[in-house]
Structures are given as structure tokens and as C-alpha cells.
Design a binder for this molecule. Sequence first.
Ligand code: SAM
Length: 172
Amino acid sequence: MPEIWILRIGHRPQRDKRVTTHVALSSRALGASGIFIDTEDKTLEKNIGSVVGRFGGNYSIRTGVPWRRMLEEFDGEVIHLTMYGQRLDEALPNIPREKDLLVVVGAEKVPPEVYQAADRNISVGNQPHSEIAALAIFLDRLTDGRNLYSDRSGQMTVVPNERGKTVVSKHT
Ligand code: SAM
């Protein structure tokens, strides 16, 4: 089964720690296999690793990744999310389902070479908003919502509930 990877460009550890954490957590929740982040950030690696340890799945995180090389060498389809890109509804039917995907999101201004290196530049609406929102909507549409409640076999599993909180804990 093809995998979905995320590349986060422009991460500034102090300023972006919350947003990049949420980029990682949202993409994990919506079925991505892992995230590559350009700037080294061991704290972020530890925090995401801790969530994966408790809630399961195989999501991986690597920071300090040279993004130019990653874009050149990725074996699959590179998709850059940007408000300037092609409409999501028009792009979706043409995204290959048999290839791995690398979904690129920025922080601040994204260098022009990213637009050129990407196989597709796709917009999630034509208004500026957030990398977390753009990624979440993109992944949910791409996967038709099927990862929202998929089982991750975690030490902790939250059971959907109309009221109250139900958490099943595995004792190891
Ligand atoms: N102004 C920056 C630029 O020109 O590249 C964008 C900054 S925005 C806060 C951070 C990231 O959110 C962008 O790099 C893009 O990946 C994502 N993003 C924001 N709005 C988007 C939209 N409407 N569609 C797709 N991605 C979007």
C-alpha cells in the first residue's frame, strides 16, 4: 500500500514548536506514515515519539533533513500545498494512488524552487490559512476519511463516546 509522507520546510524550533507539533499529530491522525522536518529539533522528535509510544501506529519523525535533496531523491509524487496552487477538487482525481506521496507544507515564505520541484502545487481554497488546516483537509479528502477511527493498536485507545471519556489501556 502506498505511503504518505510529510515534509515541513522552514521550521523554527522556538517560534513554530506548537504548529509543527500539530502538523505532525494531525498528519499522523489522518494516516501519514511520518514527517521530515528541515531544522533539527530533538525536543519535537521526543514529544511526537512519546505520543506514538502511547497511542500506537508506526509514525516516524526525522528532523534536520536537507529538504532540497529530499525533493530531488524522493521516489514518488511530490505535492506542495499552497494557496496559489491548482484547486483541490480538480487535482484530486489525478493524484496517483499507486505511488508514495510526499506532501510539502511551509512555515513562512516558501522558496520558489519548491514550486518548481513539486510534481503538483495544490491549493486547499484560495485564501491564506494554516499548514495544519491545509494538510488535514487534504489528507482527509485524499483518503475519504477512512483514517479518522482506524485502529493503531496503541497502549491507549480512545473509544468514541457520545458523553464522557472511554479509554482502553493495554497493560504490558
Ligand atoms: N505566505 C507564505 C507563502 O507565501 O508561502 C505561506 C505561509 S502559510 C502560514 C504556511 C503554509 O500553510 C504554506 O506554506 C502552505 O503549505 C499552507 N497553506 C496556507 N494556506 C493554504 C491554502 N489555502 N492552500 C494550501 N496550503 C495552504
